[in-house]
Write a protein that binds this ligand. Sequence first.
Ligand code: NCD
Length: 320
Amino acid sequence: MVESKSVSLRGKNILGLEYFSPDEIELVLQTAKEMKNIISRDIKKVPALRGKAIVNLFYEPSTRTRSSFELAGKYLGADVINITAGSSSIVKGESLRDTLLTVEDMGVDAIVMRHKAEGAPEYATKVVKAAIVNAGDGAHGHPSQGLLDLFTIRQYKGGFKGLKCAIIGDILHSRVARSDIWGMRKMGIEVHLAGPRTLIPRFLFEEKGIFIHDRIEDAIENADVINVLRIQLERQKSGLFPSTREYARIFGLNEKRLTLAKKDVLVMHPGPMNKGWEISPKVAYSSNSAIQEQVRNGVAVRMAILTLILTGGKSNEITA
Ligand code: NCD
């Protein structure tokens, strides 16, 4: 376990990576490494969170994030239940506040929450005492994704300082982009953004260490990491780019463009992918791709987050 006297996430809400210090990020990444060892074992269960109850409260669709938080809780011995908007009293018009209070009355220790409104998890911290973990709020943040992306980068690259990472696509609607940018900058990665001008809110990113390009080619030139974002059709009002075919032609990551980056460039995508639009199938399944490893790492990083906020992460509890 990480020897750290001053850094602890015990009792903290995980709302966004902008609130993390580099030491706190380090603590999660170190803990996730131990968790990854646990999930590579034949018997994956440890009793670190035995007796704890966790609710996944999801108001938006999810495959990876919801199931990895669920598995994370279960591998740690917690009781985990899922509440999804479509199959709960939310469809009967129950307010977010009432749903949160109902869940709290059942005695839960943590609520992992996804919501279409930015700030909904922060609001939840004012309603209930349980620890809140933001699993994606509108276009604001997706901290566990940002942390698993950092974990994946370090696994392949050995460190962070001085790396060049290109983030390509729909930055405007992407909570993943925001969390990645906050996390990467804190750890010393240089960030290059590219996408249609209508999908890059420039004023938000005019900061040291962040570069904005109109052409994807300029962003990926010599890159160590390329993170491709999904075109979020469900969040777009209208007309922010002409067509998916044109998007693929101008901004899609294909084999030809990939040659502009470093030979050992790491290709990432948070999923779900629109293959053939933002990324070609050949690139998605190439030897440069870490996309499946990101999914594996997602479970370990979420185990780390849950353990750290609910127990502080004492080593005897984890490895027992
Ligand atoms: C992302 C999300 O929902 O924010 N997916 C994920 O969590 N793996 C990205 C996306 O939907 O494009």
